[in-house]
Ligand binder design. Structure first.
Ligand SMILES: Nc1ncnc2c1ncn2[C@@H]1O[C@H](COP(=O)(O)OP(=O)(O)OP(=O)(O)O)[C@@H](O)[C@H]1O
Ligand SMILES: [Mg+2]
Length: 303
């Protein structure tokens, strides 16, 4: 994979349209492109007029599109975790785990986690030159971008606690023998909990690296010429800065639809390349040619 593209911006500004435009533009140039959505709103299917995109589907030249069913991914993810936990904690005879996992589905942060693991799953499974993500609403996307770093801190703390437990066990085992713990692991290398933590840590480090690598993970802010989307754009810029990430390109989409606010936008994003994209009148859905025309204004700047 050479680059990953993420689009940010207020609802309805043209994130899906711009991600589609880039995906088609790259495919038009012979690139192998994977364009996928983790947005429960299923925007890609609507744009393509396709209903069955649960698996990657070739939609144009070497362009493959997929709509990841995040709810289903969450179900599968939790039932897999549930069966692993049951097997890990067999010695404790934990019962009724299904109930816990039913509640967990509704816990805060679960949607973000599921989307994050879905992104990891797709990025590590697909073989494409360029990956374009059609993101969910901005608030959710920003939380997803922040999550790997937060998770790394958590997992590292959990690992420290786990190592302490194993340390104590090994001290006791020294005196009373390893059987004292009824089959529970004593050595680091036998401990599946530690292995589980390491596997999550590896995934989170991979994602943290992917999201923060400048020039590789290209973040494109889409605005419309209106004050609300500019204000939202500024909030996105501030949040990304806190995550030590930046905006690589600003697209002022639907240009001509309302008053001239370009100087305001230039003031808000003084150091970022910016392109205005015309509002194409009278269309419920833009054609492939129109998408290619829109991407033609800017796409070569992000390659
Ligand atoms: N340059 C344009 N000219 C004309 N119509 C456009 C243009 N860009 C986007 N649109 C239209 O605006 C609507 C919203 O666009 P789109 O779905 O891409 O926005 P979005 O930011 O992905 O929205 P959401 O936040 O709901 O996912 C769509 O009907 C799309 O066809
Ligand atoms: Mg969209």
């Amino acid at each position: 994979m050479k680059k990953l593209f993420i689009f940010l911006g207020k609802g309805g500004v043209g994130k899906t349209t711009s991600s589609a435009a880039l995906a088609f533009w790259l495919a038009e140039r012979g690139k192998k492109v994977f364009w996928f959505s983790v947005d429960p709103a299923h925007n890609i299917g609507d744009l393509l007029g396709e209903t069955e995109l649960s698996r990657p589907k070739k939609v144009y030249r070497e362009l493959y599109a997929q709509e990841v069913d995040v709810d289903r991914f969450l179900e599968d993810f939790l039932s897999e975790v549930s069966s692993r936990m049951k097997s890990l904690y067999r010695h404790l005879k934990v019962s009724g785990l299904e109930d816990i996992f039913d509640v967990m589905k509704l816990s805060p942060g679960m949607e973000e986690s599921a989307i994050l693991y879905a992104i990891h799953d797709r990025l590590t499974a697909v073989d494409a030159d360029y990956v374009v993500i059609d993101t969910p609403p901005t608030g959710l996307t920003l939380r997803i971008l922040a999550l790997p770093t937060i998770n790394i801190k958590w997992i590292e703390a959990l690992k420290r606690w786990r190592l302490k437990i194993l340390d104590r066990r090994s001290m006791v085992a020294h005196i009373k023998g390893e059987d004292h713990f009824g089959g529970a692991p004593v050595k680091k290398e036998d401990d599946r909990v530690l292995a589980e933590l390491d596997s999550h840590l590896e995934k989170m480090r991979f994602l943290e690296d992917v999201f923060s690598r400048r020039g590789f993970c290209v973040k494109i802010l889409v605005l419309n010429p209106d004050k609300l989307s500019i204000r939202e754009g500024l909030r996105i810029k501030e949040t990304l800065a806190r995550l030590k990430m930046g905006i690589d390109l600003v697209l002022v989409n639907k240009w001509g639809l309302s008053g001239d606010v370009l100087s305001e936008i230039e003031k808000a994003f003084p150091d970022t390349s910016m392109f205005t994209l015309p509002f194409i009148e009278g269309k419920a859905a833009l054609s492939k040619e129109e998408l290619l025309f829109l991407a033609g204004q800017w796409a070569d700047k992000v390659l």
